[in-house]
Design a protein around this ligand. Sequence first.
Ligand code: ACM
Ligand code: ZN
Length: 764
Amino acid sequence: MKIKFIFILSLTTTLCVAQQTVNIIPQPVSIQQQSGNFILTGNTAIQYNPQQKGLKKVAKFFNLQLKNTTGFVLPVNTSLPATIQLSIEKLATIGDEGYNMDITSKAVTIKANTTAGIVYGIQSLLQTLPAIRTNAKLEIPCMSITDYPRFKYRGMHLDVSRHFFGPELIKEYIDLIASYKMNVFHWHLVDDQGWRIEIKKYPKLTSVGAWRVDQTDKIWGSRPQAKPDEKPTYGGYYTQEQIKEIIAYAAQRNVTIIPEIELPGHVASAIASYPQLCCKQQQQFPLTGGNYTGMSSNYCAGNDSAFNFLENVLTEVIDLFPSQYIHIGGDEVDKNPWKKCNRCQARIKKEGLKNEEELQSYFIKRIEKFVNSKHKKIIGWDEILEGGLAPEATVMSWRGENGGIEAAKQSHDVIMTPGKPVYFDHYQAGPEGEPIAIGGMNTLKNVYDYEPVPKELNAEEAKHVLGAQANLWTEFITTAEHVEYMILPRMPALAEVVWSPKENRNWNSFNERLQNHFKAYGEKGLHYCPGNFTVNIRPFSQNGKLFVNLSTEILNGEVYYTTDGTEPTLTSNKYSAPVEINSTGLLKASTMQNGRIMGVQAARQSFAMHKGIGKNVIYANPVSRYYMADGSNSLTDGVRGTGTVGKFWHGFSGKDLIATIDLEEAKNIQSLALGCLQNYNDWIFLPQSVKFETSVNGTDFEEVQTVNNLISINEKNAKFDFKTSFPAKTVKFIRVTAKNNICPPGHNGEGKPGWIFADEIIVD
Ligand code: ACM
Ligand code: ZN
């Protein structure tokens, strides 16, 4: 039934290619296309009833958008043969943000319950115009659209602390997100590296806290602490007048701005301005980007004057922003300063708190009480769950979905914004050939496939998921062009996730519609990522055989591959069906588009065929549920781990890896190996040693060899096969014991247990 529905939908949207394709993103609830066109000219009139409040402004907004892209400014409420009619009515089913739009050859009629709905109708109408509009005939296919959103919270975040972006970029960002019917702009105004909002009562927040020593010539993570006499000259902030103007600009586009006033951590900028707010109460170094070692970055939780300061700040913020929500941060608080502070410890004692987690909870609850007293609600990052959730708080789940699940189960509202896949500061392609970005890979398709309601929630709990949001942290992003590049086209993909009915989502249809948006970006001079050309290599087993599936996200892209380690070319194998892997080697695959091999580097995957393939592995200590690779027998699947942590590795935390393979029948073998990974920053270390043993009965084991690790524990990245060779012997069982390491001196986790990551036990 469902499949049929999707088919019908794609008929209405793409089969009408015979007429003109409708490329609206996000996909509307329903489109019925009819024959014929409406032609928009400078002689088309916008008509509305002036008695209907707000429509004058909406018409002005419409004309502004038209002027920017077509040069037309349409006459308003004039009698002309062709009209665009805007009308507020009482309509069932479409809610506060929905609209109905009818397009005939004579008239466009947009009806909605609110001006927000009318604005969304206009956004859809604008998207039906040709992408290239200069000197073009502006034909719009005749159709009827019914449309309304799936989620009421459809957010985009921007960090303006790590780099300051002026009001012009903020308006452009709002325009862009609004054009895809996103309705919340989460403005991250405060962080360690810059305080960006004028607070009249505390002028130093912006005269001191908005500026840092210019180190833009150095990579973010490698910037040194500034010296006391260095001059902070890099930064900026928004005046309250500028903010008011931006709020009004956003409101016209049905975008609510939620300001984030980060607390109690990530506030080195506030502490640099007013040192008495932190536990040490000492003058700080000038601010720098990327490194604030030695600086305090928390408010003192034992000092009432810190709360008094925050209440004064929040009062000005609340007076400025009409939003129902104020985001108070709450993430990544380093509790160490609180552990060493007499005031904080006295607070813990006086309030009967158990520890610093509860002190953080006390902090947030006290702030929430104040915010609630002003008839506003707080949102916090999911760390606010630790030590007990504030009674009315809404949780933003960023460290995966667990925080959101837990909060919804506690009957709190949640906004889903998990690092994977909606942190848009991550790579979307490459990483070869891409601008430097943070961490892993969130491709366009990863975003498109995101489902904001976790299956762990029942129907009642699921109602607490207000929607989803993507976050753009800007450690590595310094220009408007780069901001555009990171959100286009991932933001349109998220827009379809949060707006369109789940059953209307269709990757191929989205990808096709997107091509027209790419043209429009080009026309407008917007920067965007043309796609992830890296082939997705997915190994799988079937009937005891190993295959790979190769796919590309690129529309009409084809995949070419080799299995002999050479670079794929147009004369290599063209992929059409899963490829069987039956020998040890390296597979490389590339995407071909329009007759050219695309991307900077071919995707690659190593395989090891050996006598243990497909055999059962029993672990003495369980594999971490976070690093299960492709299942329990990942160590005998022939698939080697890639350089990145996530794929094809089995992880063991704080325990030895002790794996026994049952070969099912006696086999003649003469070498054994265990493949391991080291990734210092992720606490993954090569084992201290690996012991190989064999047995004929599964009870009595004989040691073959213990191979010691000779690679330094301080090496940042390493892949190593611990290997032993011996005179051939006949065995039925193999036991491998890899000894876990602890984090070395100077490491973040010094003295704590590390991880072992292993990808394959190779039996030959
Ligand atoms: C966050 O990314 N620290 C919320
Ligand atoms: Zn303190």
